[in-house]
Design a protein around this ligand. Structure first.
Ligand code: FES
Length: 106
């Protein structure tokens, strides 16, 4: 698969469906930044800041959360059961058609 379809709901509730090149080594935080969504990615993808917090609204089968991701999300006020850190989600064919909603900025 050469492109991955991403459905991104911004903080105004607007859905953006984009096709992004399926290149190895990128994560969803980097993709969101490159598409100029308001995602800071302050820690550079180390699961240490939660500025890439998103809600996953599709049934996408994601890899289990690491302990670092669980601990970081535990410290965030707006965490929900479908919360993930976008920097911990690798860009790959397996997330094709994912629906994510940007979490509020804390
Ligand atoms: S960029 Fe800091 S936790 Fe994702």
């Amino acid at each position: 698969m050469e492109e991955v379809v991403l459905n991104i709901i911004d903080r105004e509730g607007i859905l953006h469906t984009v096709e992004f090149p399926n290149e190895q080594g990128y994560n969803l935080m980097e993709v969101l930044k490159s598409l100029e969504f308001e995602v800071a990615g302050t820690c550079g993808g180390m699961a240490l800041c939660a500025s890439c917090h998103v809600y996953v609204e599709s049934e996408t089968d994601l890899k289990e959360m690491s302990q670092a991701e669980i601990l970081m999300l535990d410290s965030v006020f707006t965490t929900q059961s479908n919360s993930r850190l976008a920097c911990q989600i690798p860009l790959s064919e397996s997330i094709n058609n994912i629906v994510i909603r940007l979490a509020p900025i804390e």
